[in-house]
Design a protein around this ligand. Structure first.
Ligand SMILES: [Zn+2]
Length: 451
């Protein structure tokens, strides 16, 4: 649901249908390639807890055409030579292409801040090209960029100019003066003039205008700073961000323009609670969430994107630390609170904060979520079907089901037995994006090999 509940508490599905935004399929994939048959593969569909072995999956055009027990497909028109490519997949598992719901594709985790400030825009953009490719190769076929990437990134992937996950974008973070997105010196000199620089406002009316600005620039999501953050210039994670009245103004205005939802960067308990009450669709980080708010999130269907990859990176990795000890303590508390969150039944979507965390290691997040209490199957759902639902794309991607777009990954590891193994991009043998094979590494002789 978005924002408020409809009378009676049910989500307003009409609104969702009317306003759904569907990223276009990469043009490169709008092809007339032969149909593709994945023969004798195990299917983990991102919804069920149990895998289904011995399946044939037929892909035609950009769609999953049929799933059936091996050998039972009639293969009508596609069976003529040159019209069907067959991959022998015994011992392999197919999953939906994964989502990373919190990335910053234009940010480089180990870039020096001064160098970034002095760099020409083109360098910063071109630097993102390998990051986009690495993200796709790690098994991420869809991503939500929560500041930094502008609509050019989204369109370049769609047009096939670069390899990468299809993107929903937020462009900028909306912040109060002195808040998490206000990157100015004490004297007010802007430190960030990139397309992803924060938008600063200080009243509900100011934030309405800020929403209109990012919508004008092509935002699919609106991102707000509901609290400070670990990497804030002046604020602590517990510090306040937008007031509840300002958050409500953002949610209402975003809804009027039919964006997918509002994503709230929120780390301290009070700011998380205010953002949830105001009706945001996703809480980003959620580090110090309290039990009352978890209950509220469960009732409203608010999503949590815990970004454990960023939280668990070594203290000090974020640059010269003013007080590493305080950060270490905060991290311990955050891990306890997120463990409570992940076992509370709130809807969890996978997001890493790649750009702060490394690019191309996105699926390490799965094992981190399992360590904090999700089952391996639930972690996979968080990265596939649940993420697709949060992004309002679940009738298009996020599962292995006939009729959906063929965004798929194939692995030679058993994801339920060894979830951590998926975190190694080498374990992602094949990536299929909109029916087209965009990564393919043959495993053992005869396996995964085109027949
Ligand atoms: Zn972030």
């Amino acid at each position: 649901m978005f924002g408020r509940l409809a009378p009676g508490g049910a989500p307003d599905r009409r609104w969702i249908t009317d306003h759904r935004r569907r990223p276009k399929v990469p043009q490169e994939a709008q092809h007339t390639a032969p149909a593709l048959l994945l023969r004798n593969i195990t299917v983990l569909d991102g919804l069920a807890d149990e895998p289904v072995p011995g399946q044939d999956v037929l892909v035609e055009g950009d769609r999953i055409h049929t799933l059936a027990p091996t050998g039972t497909l009639p293969l009508p028109a596609a069976a003529s030579p040159g019209r069907l490519r067959v991959l022998e997949c015994a011992g392999l598992t197919v999953l939906p292409g994964f989502f990373d719901c919190h990335v910053h594709m234009s940010t480089c985790p180990d870039a020096d801040r001064f160098d970034t400030l002095m760099a020409p825009e083109s360098l910063l953009t071109l630097r993102s090209v390998p990051a986009l490719a690495a993200t796709l190769d790690a098994g991420i076929t869809s991503a939500r960029d929560l500041a930094g990437a502008d609509s050019g990134f989204r369109e370049a992937v769609t047009a096939g100019h670069v390899r990468g996950p299809s993107l929903q974008i937020a462009l900028r973070i909306l912040s109060i003066t002195g808040g998490h997105g206000d990157w100015r010196t004490v004297r007010g000199t802007p430190l960030d003039s990139s397309p992803g620089a924060g938008v600063v406002a200080d009243s509900p009316a100011g934030f309405v205008r800020a929403v209109r600005e990012v919508v004008r620039e092509g935002a699919d999501w609106v991102k707000v700073a509901a609290t400070g953050g670990m990497t804030s210039p002046r604020r602590t994670p517990e510090a306040g961000g937008l007031t509840e009245a300002e958050l409500r103004a953002v949610v209402d205005e975003a809804r009027r323009h039919g964006v997918v939802g509002v994503a709230a960067h929120a780390q301290g308990a009070a700011g998380i609670a205010a953002a949830v009450r105001a009706g945001v669709r996703s809480i980003e980080h959620g580090y110090l969430v309290d039990d009352e708010t978890l209950q509220d999130m469960g009732e409203r269907g608010t999503y949590l994107v815990p970004t454990l990859s960023a939280l668990t990176r070594p203290v000090g990795a974020e640059g010269p630390s003013r007080d590493a000890e305080r950060r270490r303590r905060l991290r311990e508390t955050a891990l306890e609170r997120l463990s409570a969150a992940l076992t509370s039944g709130v809807q969890v979507a996978l997001g890493t904060d790649a750009g702060i965390a490394p690019h191309g290691r996105n699926l390490r997040e799965l094992a981190l979520m399992v360590r904090l209490g999700l089952s391996p199957a639930a972690a996979i759902a968080a990265g596939t079907s649940v993420a697709a639902r949060m992004c309002r794309l679940d009738d298009e991607v996020g599962s292995v089901r006939a009729g959906l777009r063929a965004d798929l990954v194939i692995t030679d590891v058993d994801p339920l037995a060894d979830i951590a193994a998926l975190g190694d991009p080498g374990a992602i043998r094949t990536v299929i994006q909109a029916g087209r094979i965009v990564k393919h590494t043959v495993t053992a002789p005869g396996i995964g090999r085109a027949a």
